[in-house]
Design a binder for this molecule. Structure first.
Ligand SMILES: [Zn+2]
Length: 297
């Protein structure tokens, strides 16, 4: 039998499982989605994952040797419990240990941004790159680093977390307790809030982008996006110098990022030219679960 790669993407609202038959082409042998029902608590989430693996066993008529799981938040390398998770019932829980006990097989755990980066590096827009920086620009802002086809975790499990780099000391308060983090400027909700405070009405970000040139508040919002995007991405490029930066999440659908955003980035990079490719993701919503499967590849 050929090798199989089992992956599960644990999200705040849904849990998705996939079985891949290869590491080069994303053609799932099985793909199943269930609701997380996170409001029912931590033990319930563990049961949901066990149930999902049983359903995947039944559908493929095979047994997994191990399974990769993408999670909101990350396993703290110091005490093996979860931290930095917006699904708050996971925090301080030994999720890897509990899943290995419940499933009876080894479990590889990584945060969802790392899974996104790993999937795009191996199967998507970063194919062939030595170093990929995967960026989530959506409701939240996160990131993951893949070097030589492997996700980089770091000493504290926070490698790639550019979303909480300081961008503006006078900026809005962040849920992390700091102020002016990248997330409080470049996330979709904060950009929409910036527009609403000026225009005195709410509009979704794609509509704000379309109103450019005819609405000064839209102009100001988009300029804020491209200017700060350039500064924030250039900070990462100066440290990591990746071959490619792959953008995902809702804000990555704003096309201006790939021309004006790239030009702004080039202005701040410590080089006389910008060779780093800054591109849109190729795998869309599938990146999280494919990346979870790649954790065991
Ligand atoms: Zn923050």
């Amino acid at each position: 039998m050929t090798e199989q790669y089992w992956g599960i993407d644990l999200g705040g609202t849904k849990i998705e499982g996939v079985v891949l038959g290869a590491t080069d082409a994303p053609n799932p042998l099985c793909r199943i989605r269930v609701a997380t029902e996170a409001q029912q608590g931590y033990e319930h989430i563990v049961e949901r994952i066990v149930g999902l693996v049983q359903a995947m066993r039944a559908e493929t008529a095979t047994e997994p040797k191990r399974v990769g799981i993408g999670t909101p938040g990350v396993l703290d390398p110091q005490n093996s419990t979860m931290k930095n998770s917006n699904t708050t019932c996971l925090i301080d829980r030994p999720l890897q240990h509990d899943l290995e006990t419940a499933l009876g097989i080894p479990v590889e755990l990584a945060n969802d941004a790392n899974c996104f980066a790993l999937a795009e590096a191996r199967l998507g827009a970063g194919r062939g790159a030595k170093t990929t920086f995967g960026v989530i620009l959506g409701t939240g802002v996160g990131g993951g680093v893949v070097v030589g086809q492997k996700a980089l975790y770091g000493c504290q499990g926070i490698a790639g977390e550019w979303g909480h780099n300081l961008l503006d000391p006078e900026g809005p308060e962040c849920y992390c307790g700091r102020r002016g983090c990248v997330e409080t400027i470049l996330s979709g909700p904060f950009l929409e809030r910036f527009y609403a405070e000026r225009a005195k009405q709410r509009r979704p970000l794609p509509e704000i982008a379309e109103r450019r040139g005819q609405d000064p508040d839209a102009d100001a919002t988009i300029e804020r996006l491209t200017t700060y995007f350039g500064r924030a991405i250039a900070n990462v490029i100066n440290i990591l110098d990746p071959d490619v930066v792959v953008l995902g999440g809702g804000v990555s659908n704003i096309d201006l990022l790939y021309n004006e955003g790239v030009r702004e980035t080039a202005r701040h990079v410590f080089n006389n030219r910008l060779e780093t490719r800054i591109v849109k993701n190729e795998l869309g919503d599938s990146a999280g679960v494919f990346g979870a499967a790649m954790l065991v590849a």
